[in-house]
Ligand binder design. Structure first.
Ligand SMILES: NC(=O)c1ccc[n+]([C@@H]2O[C@H](COP(=O)([O-])OP(=O)(O)OC[C@H]3O[C@@H](n4cnc5c(N)ncnc54)[C@H](OP(=O)(O)O)[C@@H]3O)[C@@H](O)[C@H]2O)c1
Length: 256
């Protein structure tokens, strides 16, 4: 086993954060869980200094449910600045955080907010490791639910390479266990995606079928969809340097 470290997980109750906590514990690390429900707000800074005292590494898996660019940018830039400030004062060695694969050319919305997140993290002063992940298997249902009206869901045509949150958590903990990087962070950032390309509408059908829900999925290619060319053109699927990790969505739904 790697050296035992004390790791603060921000967003420990989330889709990704829950897996990160489990993987860290399985690998023998001491875990401090941070979220608003645990009295720590990474945006206002409330409770952060006390929670980070004595921790070696921060893994930031926090996030906002807002897809609005301004709101999400405000969340992520405040979180990054507060983690750097409180982490530096607490003597934290580094921050490990997670972004999204393929966002460079995005023109607005949540993906642009994640570009701002990466820049705020990279500004330092602490060393930062950023992992860019594809959309999670766990996120298919929340992602498409905005387009649901009754038993019909309208899903934008999107090529994606869905990955299990558990696989992303393993990769984040691998980064936390790797030798400490230089201060700041510089692209290209490492990427992780699932084992194969998926179509979001077909993925949604699989998810609803596995839940036994009678939902009609209608795929739409709407010129008004933000970043439609990127969604449809494959910007969010793996490139040559992307690490691929199972299980597939079907295996995950089957409980693999
Ligand atoms: N979902 C995906 O498919 C995907 C793909 C690639 C990358 N990512 C990135 O992965 C990260 C986590 O995503 P997720 O889907 O796991 O998010 P999530 O399920 O929405 O979890 C968010 C976590 O952040 C915590 N949180 C929210 N506001 C907070 C605040 N002000 N202070 C402290 N904690 C706060 C939440 O707990 P409380 O509500 O208790 O505070 C929760 O534990 C995000 O950065 C996201 O951009 C996600």
């Amino acid at each position: 086993m790697a050296n035992r470290r004390t790791v603060a997980v921000v967003g420990a109750t989330g889709r990704l954060g829950g897996h990160v906590v489990r993987v860290l514990e399985e690998r023998g690390h001491e875990v401090v869980t941070l979220s608003r429900s645990a009295g720590v707000d990474v945006v206002t800074g409330e409770g952060l200094a006390a929670a980070l005292a004595g921790t070696d590494i921060v893994i930031d898996a926090s996030g906002t449910p807002s897809a609005d660019e301004q709101e999400a940018t405000a969340f992520f830039t405040a979180a990054a600045a507060n983690l750097h400030e409180a982490g530096s004062k607490a003597g934290v060695e580094r921050i490990v955080s997670v972004s999204i694969l393929g966002i460079d050319a995005s023109t607005g919305g949540y993906y642009r907010a994640k570009v701002a997140h990466e820049k705020a993290l990279a500004a330092g002063p602490l060393p930062v490791q950023i992992l860019r992940a594809a959309q999670f298997h766990e996120f298919v249902e929340p992602l498409v639910s905005w387009g649901r009206r009754g038993d019909t869901v309208h899903v934008p045509l999107m090529r994606t390479q869905l990955v299990a949150g558990a696989a992303v958590a393993e990769a984040l903990v691998d980064l936390a266990e790797a030798p400490a990087p230089a201060p700041g962070a510089r692209p290209p950032y490492p990427e992780i995606a699932g084992p194969r390309e998926e179509n979001l509408a077909k993925a949604a059908e699989l998810v609803y079928a596995a839940r036994g829900e009678q939902v009609t999925v209608v795929e739409v290619s709407d010129p008004a969809t933000p970043d439609r060319e990127l969604l449809e053109g494959g910007a969010f699927v793996a490139g040559p340097g992307t690490t691929l990790a199972g299980p597939t969505l079907e295996e995950w739904l089957a409980g693999a």
